[in-house]
Design a protein around this ligand. Structure first.
Ligand code: ADP
Length: 580
């Protein structure tokens, strides 16, 4: 019952499945003990009936008080155990599921995040896990425990009087058959609701992200209207979902309760034909109320259980995604980066084809080419931010696809255009470059990247918080933070994406000094757009439409009459001449 398939169906961890088994065990015990309580009540009734009908003396109160006491104590103890195994343990289960999801996300290649909607991922980690939490704590143990205890009680009843047992219990399997029959509908409906919910989350996120453009273009009303429509639709799907499952759940509950009527009918007939006495009918009626009670609770939650399976499958989708893994050690002989016949596609469209070149240690290799030719892609692949589909990329002779990305990246510094900043102080944002760096180290790197110029002007200097994703900083300032991080990290490979593009002339000169310090002796792969960077490079790789079109020193390429490189230099020089 609680095998691998069950575990996957409800996305439980190994500990979670153990807790569910424990919870189910205690639910069975609790249900049987409650049934035992009914037995005491029955015995008491029987004694009093005997007093009324046969004129026997009053039963001894002591025995009953003792029985009741034992019942109460057992009841409390078992309920507590049941509580511990269900509600009590569910929080640690939620925590371990979220942690294992986060662990899995950490191992996934960046490409995965490009394909998946981030609002959707957040919804899985927060919303889906919450939904499952409720099922883990409220439903699974209760429902499966009730199945088992009902089977035990049903067997006892059947042995005692099969006609009465059938009259009591026929409704239970019919009710469940009805519910399981409606499961497909419930699943479909909840998939629709889920999709509508994600649309709303997406809409809100989009509106907030683009609020400036929306205001600037006077489109508030149109945006709000679309958002409103999405919210209305979500509400409608929720109502429809609740209605459709509600109908089946209530019908199932009514059918189950019809058992009371059939028990009375059958019981009366059997009494009339002298096969049972009134007390036996009374006993079955007592039992019936207890059999229905746990199912009633479970029925109310069964729709949620069906829906939770969708949440679980969304979790499984993340668990099943292919992770980028590899060896924990990385000790290349040097840090030359070699592309050998590399082919790569983000989706279906091939972006790089048969790309081969080497970026040597101690040299600056500039990637040049028209926009969209694949320069950034090459830089990302060199750091295994994506895995390639053809060819190999080696660093010092080691195939990087065989190295754990986390281990690999400790040898890389990246200064990309889209600097990611965190809602923390300037100091901490720079410290990200090197885990555990001292304040002195951070400040030295910051000064070298010319951060002093703006950071010291802030109200609390380097201790000033910069707001979410550094909204309070200009492009040039953000870039200097990024350079400071790279300086602090001092990794043997540096990937540079137009590092100086958003700097003004004065700052550029200063930052260039810092950069030349950063780059000395390293393997440098730079995505260059400006002639100054390009001419200072040791080697140029010209990319055109995903292929290496030309390769050589700047002088060599300039010497070729028809080279793309020469044409690009001339164009840039001409436009530079104009702007002066
Ligand atoms: P460059 O840096 O030379 O401008 P890129 O490497 O950024 O070129 O892009 C090469 C091609 O890959 C372009 O056609 C671009 O549209 C596509 N591309 C870049 N990034 C992605 C991505 N994350 N998902 C899908 N396609 C992408």
């Amino acid at each position: 019952m609680f095998g691998k398939e069950f575990q996957r169906k409800y996305a439980l961890t190994d500990q979670g499945i153990r807790n569910t088994k424990k919870g189910t065990f205690w639910t069975v015990i609790v249900n049987l003990i409650v049934m035992g309580g009914m037995g005491i009540l029955y015995l008491l009734m029987e004694k009093y009936m005997a007093v009324l009908t046969n004129g026997e003396g009053l039963p001894k109160a002591g025995t009953f008080i003792l029985l009741v006491l034992v019942f109460v104590i057992l009841s409390i103890v078992t309920h507590l155990q049941q509580y511990k195994a269900t509600y009590g343990l569910v929080y640690s289960e939620v925590k371990s599921v979220r942690i294992s999801l986060a662990e899995q996300l950490r191992k996934l290649p960046l490409g995965y995040f490009g394909k998946r909607d981030l609002a959707d991922l957040t919804e899985t980690i927060m919303g889906d896990v919450n939904r499952l939490e409720h099922v883990w704590s409220h439903c699974l143990s209760y429902l499966y425990g009730s199945y088992i205890s009902t089977v035990i009680i049903a067997i006892v009843m059947l042995v005692y009087n099969w006609r009465m047992a059938v009259a009591c219990l026929w409704g239970v399997p019919v009710a469940f058959a009805l519910l399981f029959g409606s499961r497909k509908l419930a699943k479909k409906q909840s998939e629709i609701t889920k999709a509508a919910g994600i649309q709303v989350a997406d809409g809100i996120q989009e509106t907030l992200e683009n609020i400036r453009e929306i205001r600037a273009t006077n489109q508030e009303e149109r945006f709000l209207q679309t958002l409103n429509d999405k919210i209305d639709y979500h509400e409608k799907t929720m109502r429809q979902g609740e209605l459709s499952t509600g109908i089946f759940v209530n019908a199932a509950s009514v059918i189950m309760r019809l058992g009371v009527a059939t028990t009375i009918l059958t019981g009366t007939n059997l009494i009339l034909s002298g096969q049972i006495d009134f007390m036996q009918l009374f006993m079955f009626l007592l039992a019936i109320t207890r059999i229905y009670a746990p199912f009633d609770q479970a029925l109310a939650l069964i729709a949620e259980m069906f829906m939770s399976q969708i949440s679980a499958s969304r979790l499984n989708e993340i668990y099943d995604a292919k992770t980028a893994e590899g060896a924990d050690s990385f000790s290349p002989t040097n840090h030359d980066i070699t592309f050998e016949n590399v082919g790569f596609a983000y989706d279906n469209e091939q972006v790089l084809r048969g790309v081969s070149f080497t970026a040597r240690e101690g040299e600056v290799t500039a990637l040049v080419g028209p926009s969209g030719s694949g320069k950034s892609t090459c830089a990302r692949l060199a750091a295994r931010l994506w895995d390639i589909s053809e060819g190999t990329i080696k660093v010092g002779g080691v195939d990087i696809s065989k190295v754990d990305p986390e281990v690999l990246l400790s040898d890389y510094s990246m200064v990309f255009q889209d600097v990611v900043l965190f809602d923390d102080t300037v100091m901490e944002n720079i410290r990200l470059g090197k885990h555990g760096a001292t304040d002195e180290e951070v400040l030295a790197a910051a000064a070298a990247a010319n951060c002093d110029e703006f950071a010291l002007k802030l109200s609390q200097g380097y201790a000033t918080p910069i707001g979410e994703n550094g909204t309070r900083l200009s492009g040039g300032e953000r870039q200097r933070i990024s350079i400071a991080r790279a300086l602090l990290k001092n990794a043997p490979i540096v990937l540079l994406d137009e590092a100086t593009a958003s700097l003004d002339v004065e700052n550029e000169t200063k930052v260039q000094d810092a950069l030349s310090r950063l780059l000395a002796g390293k393997t440098v792969l730079v995505i260059a757009h400006r002639m100054r960077t390009v001419e200072a490079a040791d080697k140029i790789v010209v990319l055109d439409n995903g292929k290496v079109a030309e390769e050589g020193t700047p002088a060599e390429l300039n010497a070729r009459k028809d080279s793309i490189f020469r044409r690009m230099s001339e164009l840039q020089n001409a436009s530079a001449g104009w702007s002066v």
